[in-house]
Design a protein. Sequence first.
Length: 203
Amino acid sequence: MHQIHFQGRALTPSKIICVGRNYVAHIHELGNPIPEQMVVFCKPNSAIGAQLKAYRDEPIHYETEMCFLIQAQQLAGIGIGLDLTKRTLQAQLKSKGLPWERAKAFDGAAVFSPFVALPDSLDGLRLCLHIDGRLAQQGELQHMIYSPQTILAAVSSWMHLETGDVLMTGTPSGVGPLQAGSHYTAALYNADHLLIEHSWTAI
Ligand code: ZN
């Protein structure tokens, strides 16, 4: 089983719960309607990867997301991660009304920074992604349609969350294909205070 790291301790998520379409600008970017209900999908433990692979049967797209670690059914830690997506395949599945697992739950479909303790207030949280030093994505918690606490309450009402499980809270606009050899640096700030920065090089 794959592990994530929280304050130096290894945890084994049973699943990753992802929210789609949580930032209005990204919904418009992909030409999707504003959802009437929260869009939720899962990645299994086997989707957690160590390497960022730019190509798996087709070009892989990055989505930078604030990630929340669950402990005792509560939000306990925060990290930054990439929800990796086979965008062409996802578009085909979506157009047919089929499940997204082939496009979202493949091996290596999620990479994570280490997790740190949740700050006292989440209101000032914002993320950014730089690709080879160029700002590609930025998003603020204040611009989410569903807050992490709302997602936790909604998902917990129908799915038991285990300690170690991770919530991925959706991506802001600026998604795109990975390029082998490029450097992806994701950072999470609480107001002006840097909480986490993590880099991957796509292969
Ligand atoms: Zn996503």
